[in-house]
Ligand binder design. Structure first.
Ligand code: BT5
Length: 324
């Protein structure tokens, strides 16, 4: 049974600018008005700032510094994405938690956020550095009714959502490096890891893992990533509230996902190409046991990379190692 205190915060946290009357709170929680008042005082002692206005009721004006489901959902404008949310102070990997929850039947749009990951991972089990409090370490469970071969398009769609959020809120100018990185200049700001559970032509679930460095200063960047990684703080010179970024990111993800389902990937292609890393430049491609120099032309309607060699011959690549 959820504690009264937790239910009270959840009720107050639902809508950022709306007051809830003492009467309504007392009805919903089945406690007296005096008990509500006592609860409010105890929340204030913990760092919540609560405004009480006569004939309107109560609302939360400020949360304590620590991140929680409530602080993330407080100003979340999505219809379904993240309405079911889990927050963990410390996990091995939010991907592992997400797989477990998905197997147990977690609903489409469930989001798992962690403050710290001990075994954050990238593709091919490469490690993902996920220091406490310094980034967005998040996994999203989706149950899309699409053919499994289209799942990689969700990685590209997620990259577009991340760039939209970054441009809108932070002013950082991100580039999307095919297939799963977000770069600023020549440094990695974020990575996406898409994992899928499917049977033949049916997707059971997809998990989109997003790692985004937020408040990581140069000292906190591990030695092996000094020349590789960047963070929003390093790019903008100030610290950011992670909740605000997550709220906007989930909002962008939800709208892009709906566009993707209704109109297909081609509706996202243009936004992707607009911010593509090294578009029109020469790169070295390793694929089909060959290695060649090519110009990056863009992406295909289905999300594959299009490159053109010196004889103007185009190739469509579904998987390749690129020397950027
Ligand atoms: C990725 O893999 O870029 C996908 C990363 C996904 C991480 C998220 S966090 C939430 C969820 N839970 C998880 O356990 N994972 C997901 P890949 O393209 O394989 O890149 C991995 C490489 O990025 C490493 O080999 C390092 O070189 C570099 N790297 C590791 N940590 C980094 C960081 N914090 N910032 C920038 N680069 C990093």
């Amino acid at each position: 049974m959820e504690s009264t205190r937790k239910r009270l915060i959840t009720l107050l946290a639902k809508k950022k600018d709306e007051y809830i009357s003492g009467q309504k709170l007392s009805d919903e929680l089945n406690i007296s008005r005096a008990a509500i008042w006592k609860q409010m005082k105890s929340l204030e002692n913990e760092g919540y700032q609560i405004e009480a206005v006569s004939r309107k009721g109560y609302r939360i004006v400020r949360f304590p510094e620590r991140m929680s489901v409530n602080t993330i959902q407080w100003n979340l404008k999505t219809d379904w994405l993240g309405q079911n949310m889990h927050f963990e102070e410390q996990v091995d990997s939010t991907q592992t938690v997400a797989h477990q929850l998905a197997r147990e039947g977690a609903e489409h749009g469930t989001v798992i956020v962690a403050d710290e990951q001990l075994k954050g991972r990238g593709r091919l089990h490469r490690p993902w550095h996920s220091q406490k409090g310094s980034g967005i370490w998040m996994s999203i469970i989706l149950r899309p009714d699409i053919e499994p071969h289209r799942a990689p398009q969700l990685t590209l769609a997620s990259a577009v959502a991340i760039t939209k959020m970054l441009k809108f809120l932070t002013g950082v100018q991100p580039k999307i490096k095919w297939p799963n990185d977000i770069f600023v200049g020549d440094r990695k700001l974020a990575g996406i890891l898409t994992e899928m559970q499917a049977e033949q032509d049916l997707i059971e679930y997809v998990i989109i893992g997003i790692g985004l460095n937020v408040n990581l200063d140069q000292k906190a960047v591990p030695d092996d990533l000094q020349d590789v990684a960047t963070s929003i703080q390093l790019e903008t010179g100030k610290a950011w509230k992670r909740e605000e970024l997550i709220q906007e990111l989930l909002y962008q993800m939800e709208s892009i996902y709906e566009l993707f389902l209704q109109q297909g990937f081609s509706s996202i292609k243009q936004a992707w190409e607009q911010d593509a890393y090294r578009l029109g430049e020469t790169i070295t491609v390793k694929a089909r046991r060959k290695e060649w120099e090519a110009t990056l032309i863009g992406i295909h309607e289905d999300g594959a990379l299009i490159v053109e060699d010196e004889n103007q011959s185009k190739s469509v690549l579904y998987s390749a190692e690129i020397d950027w």
